[in-house]
Design a protein around this ligand. Structure first.
Ligand code: OMP
Length: 272
């Protein structure tokens, strides 16, 4: 099964467009996990089990693991997802970008070491920096287009031939790079107008849409701007708002995460 087939099946069978981001930050962990040698794995496993019902995808962000030398715990989390939730796409958020020979190694890291379904990459170094990932025909590549952060405008909004650069990226990926139907784009929920522009350019290509929750993106505007005719087309990511949800009476951290994940999924579904 290819990445796109798996994602389409997950959208339909799980009735969800919510991607749960795994950005484990030790400082924010609950007291019971503090000081444990495999706290990152335990935290992520509890979050995965608590939120899987509401998720169409999981997205570990590699920096949170690599910064602590905790890649082995990321390997275990990816293996846990593969074994227990094989139907849920695993998005490795690494935002790679380098010359072809190095990109081959990054692709092996993403698709062999972590066995991810799809990896995020930067388009900045062009075709030969992205093509090594596309050699993995059953896997996916999600290219940064209009990122959720304010500073993304520094380059992505530059006018080139009368159009902003992010629109050139959208067209390039949709028309030239996506020959095997395995590409997607990142567009932030903080830019719904640009999300609609991108959707108009790319047809039904999937979008990773971070920025709801902690970054304040509007769910209604996001869904209306980015959905396809079938009411899918997006993995709408939320990380911190789910991972570090404040427990209500009687809840532990995982129950709080589950409550917020379900609320977020349902809020998204209202506008599909
Ligand atoms: O590629 C991404 O996932 C990404 C792209 C982008 O434009 N903005 C963005 O926030 N992200 C990632 O999405 C997650 C957002 O986390 P929260 O703001 O906590 O929901 C982080 O892991 C970011 O690294």
């Amino acid at each position: 099964m290819t990445f796109i087939e798996k994602l389409n099946a997950a959208w339909t069978s799980r009735n969800s467009l919510l991607c749960v981001g795994l950005d484990p930050d030790l400082k924010k962990f609950p007291a019971e996990l503090q000081g444990k040698p495999d706290a990152i794995f335990e935290f992520c496993r509890a979050i995965i089990d608590a939120t899987a019902e509401a998720a169409c995808a999981f997205k570990p962000q590699i920096a949170y693991f690599a910064a602590l030398g905790a890649e082995e715990q990321l390997e275990r989390i990816c293996a846990y997802l593969r074994t227990n939730y094989p139907e849920i796409p695993l998005v490795l958020d690494a935002k790679r970008g380098d010359i072809g020979a190095t990109a081959e190694q990054y692709a092996r890291e993403a698709f062999e070491r972590y066995d991810a379904d799809v990896v995020t990459v930067s388009p900045y170094m062009g075709w030969d920096s992205v093509s090594p990932y596309l050699e993995w025909k059953d896997r996916g590549v999600i290219v940064l287009c209009r990122t959720s952060n304010a500073g993304g405008s520094d380059l992505q909004f530059l006018e080139v031939d009368g159009k902003p650069l992010y629109q050139h990226v959208a067209r390039l990926v949709a028309e030239k790079w996506n020959t095997n139907g395995q590409c997607g784009l990142v567009v932030g929920a903080t830019f719904p107008h640009e999300l609609a522009q991108v959707r108009a350019i790319i047809g039904d290509m999937p979008l990773l849409v971070p920025g709801v929750g902690a970054q304040g993106g509007d769910v209604e505007a996001t869904v209306k701007a980015g959905k396809t005719a079938s009411g899918t087309g997006m993995m709408i990511n939320s990380s911190r708002a789910i991972l570090y949800a404040k427990p209500e009476a009687g809840e532990d951290f995982a129950a709080a995460a589950r409550r917020v994940a379900i609320e977020t999924r349902d809020a998204i579904n209202r506008f599909r």
